[in-house]
Write a protein that binds this ligand. Structure first.
Ligand SMILES: Nc1ncnc2c1ncn2[C@@H]1O[C@@H]2COP(=O)(O)O[C@H]2[C@H]1O
Length: 227
């Protein structure tokens, strides 16, 4: 059954750059796990149980404020991998991850993964690349929160989401994000009304199209220039 997901799970740059032999080692260690909508894959502070690839569904990476408000850091779609940080530093999970929809995960259990790393040290540079991509997006997030206007943060977020959706397309190609305005507002720690007004003005400027739970970026380059 895993075979039907192999092409999808091999898409990220860090994964596709691996020789076929290493990809096979990882896939041979995978077991499929289904998680129902609303259920948690792991909580922040949990000990790492494995590395995950997403076969079907969609996950929310969140943290909670002291008052219990959920802050959405990102949405993870099929083809993405997650859970690598606590696997490498042996510290607790950085964030809670739960399922927005019924989800099928490719899980490499912790012991299998550690055994693989010892047996195949050539895996390290590839996971280093994945970890560096996390650091880069965290830096982008910090920069955006520290110095940008809310409109600039919104544009940066939309562009980051395009990246995390892994769609590498010619620049003029419109890309649609399946994303509610509420989710976007949570990511920006703002209200849905404020985000709606900013989206409307981006739409009036011809940079995006807004539909129910969908935002189409007409051209990522034009949107980036709209800061
Ligand atoms: N801002 C983020 N964007 C994408 N993925 C994230 C983000 N924050 C955390 N994650 C993933 O969520 C996972 C939670 O468990 P880990 O800390 O092991 O590894 C983490 C990352 O893989």
């Amino acid at each position: 059954m895993l075979n039907q997901y192999r092409e999808l799970l091999s898409r990220p740059d860090w994964f596709s750059a691996m020789p076929a032999e290493l990809q096979d080692c990882l896939f041979n260690a995978v077991r499929l796990r289904t998680v129902k909508q609303g259920q948690t894959v792991h909580e922040k502070h949990d000990k790492a149980d494995g590395l995950y690839g997403i076969c079907e569904g969609r996950l929310r990476v969140v943290q909670h404020s002291e008052g219990g408000r959920e802050m959405l850091l990102t949405l993870l779609e099929p083809g993405n991998w997650f859970g690598e940080i606590a696997m490498f530093d042996d510290a607790p999970r950085t964030h809670t991850v739960y399922c927005e929809q019924d989800t099928v995960l490719a899980m490499i259990p912790r012991a299998r993964f550690q055994h693989l790393l010892s047996a195949k040290p050539a895996l390290y540079p590839h996971f280093t690349r994945l970890l560096c991509s996390r650091v880069r997006s965290a830096f982008q997030f910090i920069d955006a929160s520290a110095s940008l206007s809310l409109r600039e943060q919104l544009i940066r977020r939309l562009l980051m989401l395009l990246g995390s959706y892994g769609q590498i397309l010619p620049d003029a190609t419109p890309i649609t994000l399946n994303l509610s305005q509420e989710s976007l507002a949570q990511m920006l720690n703002s209200s849905r009304q404020t985000v709606n007004q900013m989206l409307q003005s981006l739409q009036d400027e011809g940079l995006i199209e807004v539909r129910y739970r969908r935002i189409t970026i007409l051209s990522p380059a034009a949107l980036a220039a709209g800061n």
